[in-house]
Ligand binder design. Structure first.
Ligand code: ZN
Length: 306
């Protein structure tokens, strides 16, 4: 499995005490050492790739905000902050996902994991939110469609929060399936089961607090996995957040490492059936360092079995 990351992503520094801090990435990278992944440097995303999701006006406004970080931390929304290191981190986080798509589609490996921060799935085309600046996974999906001329890609999002930004992008592009399990009610408040998108390419499986393994696996088994199967994607992208773990301080989905491993095996099966095993996962949330690290190892270990 290929691993795309970069030390500059540790330089994105929200204020002290913020849940999304550099220690998360350090914990994940340290835990992954045992898996023997093939580590690659995450490049800067090019503006052309970002504009497939984010209009130029948004990119310009963000550049202005990055410019102000020389004087200190800048707040973009109630939860989202940038520091002087955030520009490089954000461009490389999106760039990691683009490079991972390029690498798996060039047969350099079937599987890739992007160990990145800031995360991306809450970022709307014209709004940074929920710790996210660029929608990394959506940028990767658009790149796969535009640059590699794929016809159908699937974004699976098992982060405990709804990937509102990714859904917005899918709602405007019927070549993208967006399928999500998430806790509801919870931030950001979107992701009702009734939201299917105008082209019926959006599938939401909201679950109550305390859902646990049984309900979550049932939602995956009965809804998410069959939807991916029916979509016949040429590439599967996964918004891999691990904040649905029992120990996570931000939510109450109450999953364990074994559930993420189960998801890894199920997704690997689908990727083998439809896309020659090609699957790119990118890190989203996960805020208990131990649970985050163990869950990432369990998920990726299950994916790369055989
Ligand atoms: Zn999350």
């Amino acid at each position: 499995m290929l691993l795309f990351t970069h030390p500059s992503m540790l330089g994105h520094r929200p204020p002290r005490g913020h849940a999304e801090h550099a220690g998360r990435l350090e914990a994940v990278l340290e835990a992954l050492q045992g898996l023997g992944l093939d580590r690659r440097e995450a490049p800067f995303a090019e503006r052309e790739a970002l504009t497939r999701v984010h209009p130029g006006s948004y990119l310009d406004a963000l550049e202005q905000a990055f410019g102000k970080t020389s004087e200190g931390i800048v707040q973009l929304d109630p939860d989202t902050f940038i520091s002087s290191g955030s520009r490089e981190a954000a461009y490389r986080a999106a760039g990691a996902c683009i490079a991972a798509v390029d690498a798996v589609l060039a047969n350099q490996g079937d599987l890739a994991f992007c160990a990145v921060r800031p995360p991306g799935h809450h970022a709307e085309p014209e709004q940074a939110m929920g710790f996210c600046l660029f929608n990394n996974v959506a940028v990767a999906a658009k790149h796969a469609l535009a640059h590699h001329a794929l016809k159908r890609v699937a974004i699976v999002d098992f982060d405990v929060h709804h990937g509102n930004g990714s859904q917005t992008v899918a709602e405007h592009d019927e070549r993208i399936l967006f399928a999500s399990t998430h806790q509801s009610p919870l931030y950001p408040g979107t992701g009702a089961a009734s939201e299917h998108g105008p082209a019926n390419n959006v599938l939401n499986a909201p679950l109550p607090a305390g859902a646990g393994a049984e309900l979550w696996r049932q939602a995956m088994q009965d809804q998410i996995l069959p939807a991916i199967d029916a979509w016949r994607p040429e590439l599967i992208l996964v918004s891999a957040g691990f904040d649905a773990h029992l120990a996570d301080p931000l939510a109450q989905m109450e999953l364990s490492e074994a559930d993420f491993a189960w998801a890894g095996r199920a997704l690997q099966e689908l990727s083998l059936r439809h896309c020659k095993g090609k699957l790119v996962s990118t890190l989203e949330g996960g805020y208990d360092l131990g649970a985050l690290a163990r869950s990432a190892v369990a998920y990726l270990g299950a994916l790369q079995r055989d």
